[in-house]
Ligand binder design. Structure first.
Ligand code: SAH
Length: 346
């Protein structure tokens, strides 16, 4: 098995059976995996951890994903949406604290028109030339994606959620389609975005075989970024009784993804941070190299509740960055305040 991990390290093979064996026996190989993944993380990105300011700009959503706390049918949630000036205010604060890369994430909120989003992107870009903008608010038609790209958006995050058609169906209502999500990912790449995809680890009904399919999809699609995090139940969803995903398996998968696609960017996600205090450092040691501090205004931060006990800090952004810097220093990494483009080729 170590030999297979080494081959994966040399980018020579994708063997479904061996990967399945590795997942079933991951506890035996974790140290070796982390060691090799670390080598590649350093080879391609050094000891840099890229910083992105995350703005969760709306928790309205037209969808009803069974796992997600901001689903349309959750009536126990105070809804909010930020206007252009509020979003710009967040970016200004982040910029002044040194951040050069912003992520606008949200539900699929139909109240923003395509042109309004384009305008928000343009305004941020003209206020802060040189920053990178990542969008992440679900499925839209190709024309909308193109308009936002032309107005200056650089990247788009859209997790595929599951590469298995049947498993995808178990996580989403009939109104959502696996085919459309895949089409969106292809469209985004075709337009020229740096594209991020990913999935939840331990999502309801997920098998190791499904995870192998996810890895295979990622291996073939070659995304510029891959975001994964443990599934965490939310009390106001149909999946509230479902078991939480494993942090250790998340770390293992971060390492495997780093071995498969060494040039990809991998965030230590908020879901990882939410489960234990030191977990983002473990994610970094497993091969992650992006961190996304939440710069959503304090008043509404709590309402972007996609799962129970989501991590958030009362520190302001400067304090939090200083805190992170010190922690990263201790494990031999440094926060990188730059656009932080992916080295993955299109
Ligand atoms: N509406 C956007 C953003 C969704 S939130 C979109 O469709 O892309 C970003 C990610 O959070 C989702 O893609 C999903 O993988 C993850 N997520 C949602 N609910 C979760 C839960 N209960 N536990 C862990 N991750 C969750």
């Amino acid at each position: 098995m170590q030999r297979y991990i080494y081959e994966l390290f040399l980018k020579k093979s994708f063997d479904e059976e061996k990967l399945l064996y590795l997942l079933n026996n991951h506890y035996k190989y974790s140290n070796y995996l982390f060691e090799k993944s670390n080598l590649l993380q350093h080879k391609y990105y050094g000891n840099k951890i890229f910083v992105r300011g995350l703005i969760e700009f709306t928790n309205y959503c037209k969808n009803n994903c069974f796992y997600c706390g901001i689903r349309k049918d959750n009536n126990n949630l105070t809804r909010y949406r930020l206007c252009k000036d509020e979003i710009l205010f967040c970016c200004n604060e982040g910029f002044n604290a040194g951040i050069r890369s912003f992520v606008l994430q949200g539900g699929e909120d139909l109240s923003y028109t395509v042109d309004e989003i384009a305008d928000i992107v343009r305004v941020i870009k003209s206020a802060h030339p040189g920053v990178a903008i990542t969008l992440s608010f679900g499925e839209h038609d190709k024309k909308a994606y193109k308009t936002w790209f032309d107005s200056g958006a650089d990247r788009y995050l859209l997790r595929h959620e599951s590469a298995n058609f049947y498993h995808y169906r178990m996580l989403h209502p009939k109104s959502m389609s696996f085919k459309n999500r895949m089409r969106c990912l292809l469209n985004l790449k075709e337009i020229g975005y740096q594209v991020g995809t990913g999935f939840m680890v331990g999502s309801p009904y997920q098998t190791y075989e499904n995870i192998v399919e996810d890895l295979k999809f990622i291996y073939k699609f070659k995304p510029h970024m891959v975001g994964i995090g443990p599934y965490i139940p939310h009390n106001d969803t149909p999946f509230k009784m479902m078991e939480q995903g494993s942090l250790q398996l998340t770390f293992i998968l971060i390492a495997i993804i780093r071995l498969m696609l060494p040039e990809t960017l991998i965030p230590a996600t908020t879901a990882v941070a939410s489960l234990s205090k030191n977990s983002i450092y473990n994610a970094v040691l497993a091969g992650a190299n992006v961190i996304m501090p939440n710069i959503t205004p304090m008043e509404v931060k709590k309402q972007y509740s996609i799962y129970n006990n989501k991590f958030y800090t009362k520190m302001n952004i400067r304090e939090y960055l200083l805190f992170l810097k010190n922690r990263m220093d201790k494990i031999g990494y440094k926060l990188a305040f730059e656009r932080g483009d992916s080295k993955m080729k299109n």
